[in-house]
Design a protein around this ligand. Structure first.
Ligand SMILES: NC(=O)c1ccc[n+]([C@@H]2O[C@H](COP(=O)([O-])OP(=O)(O)OC[C@H]3O[C@@H](n4cnc5c(N)ncnc54)[C@H](O)[C@@H]3O)[C@@H](O)[C@H]2O)c1
Length: 384
């Protein structure tokens, strides 16, 4: 195999993904970031680490590029130069972990899904600006490239899908729950985690409350099936007590720089594309849908695998209802998104402002991002 993977954004997620990618045989890895010197050092690290690790490619083929993705023509130049087969977007203008610089009681109200919080609707523009520029550049320059995105996939792919700009698939979020749930159920039932299968349909808005508090507001819809040796045992479990309540004690490290589990979730999907495996995995935002579900991944992209006992109609109902808990009304045909009344009320109360970009279209995203970033900076200043 001789393929090229372009990783854009070398923060907590992208940097570790690059380390995992460099170990893959026959892969050319190109790492890009607005911080050009940082990208060069990350590329050099991949070589040194592979050397010391005696990896399959002791001197992997790695290149670094400086790219400011606020400028679409700069992205086009990178695509034309490197012609990647797969692109992994791990950029953002405002990452999730900044919210945890606020006191927890406040952070949970602008982070968790409704009714506990407003959902991630206010943060959508900060994740969406660079992703939108990337997708426009890909469609214009390299439409055959596969795009995997970690930045707000549960809601941004649905928005971008309205105008033909959805990435192939997202990573992380509900996918992060699979190994955790397998370990929890294995301990409870005294069986190996390998004997278990997890089928989950759910949105980002269920994740953080479960991760941090071991609980989930009953209003947030999801579908979960646990099988032991291929036999459905879900009804034998109390989901709140036996599963969600146990999650915090099984959580992997997840902080600004330590996002190894998220990067590994990304590489699971990317490997399946690069090596054309056809594996069935969990992933958010496939084929322009909100929320995550089982998907089959191969070199041609991603196909949604609907759990047969659930059916497509019920699955979509869960996904769109959950997207509302994340603060999104139904998206307009031109990709314009509008916040729910609950989301608007929480944002205006917490930030103490009249929220102008409660509704925004693709071309207003940068202004919407600036509005919420200024409001967030002011809020943070009150607590530091
Ligand atoms: N889906 C999930 O499960 C999941 C989990 C964790 C993080 N995330 C998301 O993944 C994304 C990455 O997270 P992170 O913590 O690594 O973020 P980060 O802030 O650490 O890194 C973002 C990177 O983007 C780069 N960047 C910023 N502006 C740029 C520009 N104009 N052009 C090119 N590069 C630019 C930065 O230099 C930085 O290296 C975020 O959107 C985060 O919210 C998703």
């Amino acid at each position: 195999m001789s393929k090229t993977l372009l990783i854009l954004g070398l923060g907590g997620v992208g940097c570790f993904a690059a380390h995992l990618a460099a170990r893959l045989p026959g892969l050319h890895v190109v790492v890009g970031d607005v911080r050009g010197e940082h990208a060069r050092q990350v590329a050099n690290s991949l070589i040194s680490v592979n050397f010391f690790e005696r990896a399959a490619q002791r001197f992997p083929r790695v290149d670094a590029v400086e790219v400011d993705m606020l400028h679409p023509e700069a992205i086009v130049r990178v695509l034309e130069t490197w012609q990647p087969d797969v692109i992994f977007n791990a950029t953002t203008l405002l990452s999730w972990w900044h919210q945890h610089r606020l006191p927890h009681a406040l952070a949970r109200r602008i982070y968790y899904g409704a009714p506990e919080g407003c959902g991630l609707r206010p943060w959508a523009p900060g994740h969406g600006v660079l992703l939108t520029n990337l997708m426009r550049a890909v469609r214009a320059t390299l439409p055959q490239a596969r795009v995997v995105n970690v930045s707000g996939p549960d809601y941004l792919h649905e928005m971008l899908g309205k105008v033909g700009l959805a990435p192939d698939v997202g990573v992380g979020n509900v996918a992060l729950l699979e190994p955790i749930l397998r370990c929890i159920v294995a301990e409870k039932r005294h069986v190996p985690p390998e004997a278990l299968d997890v089928t989950l349909v759910g949105h980002h808005c269920m994740c953080m409350q479960i991760f941090q508090e071991g609980a989930l507001a009953p209003e947030i819809p999801f579908y979960l099936k646990i099988e032991e040796d291929k036999k459905d045992i879900t009804h034998e479990l109390d989901i709140d007590r036996d599963l969600w309540a146990q999650v915090p004690a099984h959580m992997p490290l997840l902080s600004d720089i330590h996002q190894q589990c998220v990067a590994a979730s990304a590489m699971q999907v990317i490997r399946a594309m690069l090596y054309d495996t056809g594996e069935i995995l969990h992933a958010p935002g496939p084929q322009g849908l909100p929320a995550g579900c089982p998907v089959r991944v191969d070199a041609s992209g991603v196909t949604v695998v609907v759990p047969p006992e659930l059916g497509r109609e019920r699955m979509l109902q869960i996904m769109y209802e959950a997207n509302r808990c994340e603060g999104f009304e139904a998206t307009a045909d031109d990709g314009t998104v509008t916040a729910t009344p609950h989301c608007i009320a929480v944002v205006e109360e917490i930030f103490g402002m009249r929220w102008r970009y409660r509704r925004f279209g693709l071309d207003e995203m940068f202004d919407a991002y600036k509005e919420i970033t200024n409001a967030f900076t002011n809020l943070l200043a009150r607590y530091q």
